[in-house]
Design a binder for this molecule. Structure first.
Ligand code: FAD
Ligand code: SF4
Length: 501
């Protein structure tokens, strides 16, 4: 029997070098490596990997094209299903999705994410979209909007309203937020021929992809390119517009938008609720990462947002957000960074690859440890974290072993900075914007999962504001389903209002 080849690992930069800058860690495959890896695929008839992909990419289809050296064909095929392949190839948790169910999973799944990234980066190197940004509208009676550039609307409701009213002949959809959920829905709707406007509250697009995930995992030029791809489909993006404040949902309907998709994410961080959380030197991961990624604090004084982490940093939490915070703190000059997580490595939700990268860079882990209180010096400046050792008990509702305090086992970590990365909830600005909305106990919209329709007519929602998965690809899957449902909803509405012949 012939020995099957081992998975081709993606080359990475040296840990000692990469831990001191924000340049990308993973280097990507060469064409030779990609074709070698593609050749491992068994081209399974039942395609279990496709069922494991929330946006249903034809995985063996594009892999076969890479194997044959037809990379342009591969990226064209991927983009039929996924408009953000360079992003997904970098940040999706493939090990718990398509690669988990790959027929070769036990021996080393085909590196589907790395191959997707390779195809997308290859296209970027060609200096032109082979994936074809703008497609013809499929429905009669729609006028395709002229491609527009990003507008910083600057919060003038009157101007925004009148600008929109002049386009009212065309059926348009408004999308709230410019994260992966809205960008995906926007691209799909634009392909169908709708007029599409995305309203983003920040001055920059991309949502968590820009303000949360650091550049060493997702370079900004990769993000910019994929946002441009969506924009070139005819999607208008207006930044600095807070829906619920600058404009209300009612304003959007009054301005002539026929439907609304809300992809406003979950940007309201949870706090520990322990003594000392208000001391100087305690950040939520949301604030910490936003300061670095969006406000460029790591380039202070060139940019005027300062950040100081001192020499010793503790990060509370075990997910991707905790890993990103810890690795960013290291890059800001901390000498020692410790992850404090109340469960064990087995239950840790962060991507395996990122935990590995963090370890290689020298991040320390205190598993089965929970913070009890934060201590400070006479000036109110953090100087230590009191912790409690934990042990695992029965599984909780999520199926993970429930941590409980180990009697008499406590310790103190001397630290200068504490970063709290224990999760986030949606901002209630939109979920509580109308009495018609039903929200769940976590503050998320209750939606029909098949259509992403909220309990308010004409309003759909998806991504972190409506699901508990908290991944880019789940947000994209929601956006895709919502776009299809919005199209159906609007077709039905037009049918009902059409005059009899
Ligand atoms: P978001 O990406 O949160 O975008 C929402 C957008 O809406 C934001 O730009 C926000 O400014 C805007 N907005 C909010 N309110 C309003 C309003 N009222 N009006 C107008 N605009 C508004 N997932 C992975 O799959 N892999 C990873 O490796 C990974 N790492 C992560 C690392 C970090 C640090 C974080 C925080 C998350 C990470 N995630 C990861 C999770 C993933 O990024 C999210 O699940 C995903 O971005 C959710 O997409 P979304 O479109 O729902 O919302
Ligand atoms: Fe290839 Fe794995 Fe998909 Fe089978 S399951 S087609 S081996 S990627």
């Amino acid at each position: 029997m012939t020995e099957r080849k081992l998975r081709t690992e993606m080359p990475k930069r040296d840990p000692a070098q990469r831990a001191r800058d924000f340049d990308e860690v993973a280097l990507g495959y060469t064409e030779e490596q990609a074709r070698e890896e593609a050749a491992r695929c068994l081209m399974c008839k039942k395609k279990p990997c496709v069922a494991g992909c929330p946006v249903g990419v034809d995985i063996p289809g594009f892999i076969e094209l890479i194997k044959a050296g037809n990379i342009a064909g591969a990226i064209l095929m991927i983009k039929q299903y996924n408009a953000l392949p360079a992003i997904c190839g970098r940040v999706c948790p493939q090990e718990s999705q398509c690669e988990k169910v790959c027929a070769l999973a036990k021996k080393g799944a085909v590196a589907i994410g790395a191959l997707e990234r390779f195809a997308a980066d290859w296209e970027a190197d060609q200096e032109a979209d082979v994936g074809g940004g703008v497609r013809e509208p499929r429905q009669a009676g729609f006028t395709k909007p002229a491609p527009k550039t990003e507008t910083a609307a600057g919060g003038n409701p009157a101007q925004l309203s009148s600008a929109k009213a002049s386009e009212s002949k065309q059926q348009s959809v408004a999308l709230v937020g410019s994260g992966p959920a809205s960008l995906t829905a926007a691209g799909e709707l634009a392909k169908m021929g709708y007029g599409v406007t995305v309203f983003e509250s920040l001055h920059a697009t991309g949502g968590v992809l820009r303000y949360g995930i650091p550049a060493f995992r997702l370079p900004r030029k990769v993000l910019d390119r994929e946002v441009d791809y969506i924009r070139n489909m005819g999607v208008e993006i207006q930044t600095n517009v807070v829906i619920g404040m600058t404009l209300t949902l009612q304003d959007l309907f009054a301005d002539g938008y026929a439907a609304i998709f809300i992809g406003a994410g979950a940007g309201l961080p949870y706090f520990l609720d322990i003594p000392g959380e208000n001391y100087s030197g305690v950040y939520t991961a949301n604030e910490f990462l936003t300061r670095v990624n969006l406000m460029r604090a790591h380039l202070f004084p060139e940019y005027d947002t300062p950040i100081s982490v001192g020499e010793r940093v503790a990060v509370i939490g075990g997910g991707n957000v905790a890993m990103d915070s810890a690795r960013s703190a290291l890059r800001l000059g901390a000498k020692s960074v410790t992850i404090v997580y109340r469960r064990s490595r087995v239950e840790q939700p962060a991507r395996a690859e990122e935990v590995e990268n963090a370890k290689e860079e020298g991040i320390k882990f205190r598993f089965l440890s929970a913070p009890k209180s934060i201590l400070a010096d006479g000036q109110g400046r953090v100087n230590a974290l009191d912790c409690q050792e934990m042990e695992l008990g029965e599984p909780d509702k999520s199926g993970r072993a429930r941590p409980r305090p180990k009697p008499g086992a406590e310790f103190t970590l001397p630290v200068d900075t504490v970063i709290v990365a224990i999760g986030a909830a949606p901002n209630p600005l939109l979920t509580r914007a109308a009495a018609d909305f039903k929200i769940d106990r976590h503050g998320r919209f209750e939606v029909n999962r098949a259509t992403m329709q909220t309990t308010m007519a004409g309003v759909f929602a998806g991504g972190d504001i409506a699901n508990d998965e908290g991944t880019v690809i789940a947000a994209m899957g929601d956006g895709k389903r919502a776009a299809q449902a919005i199209d159906k909803y609007l077709q039905e509405k037009r049918r009902l209002t059409a005059k009899p012949q």
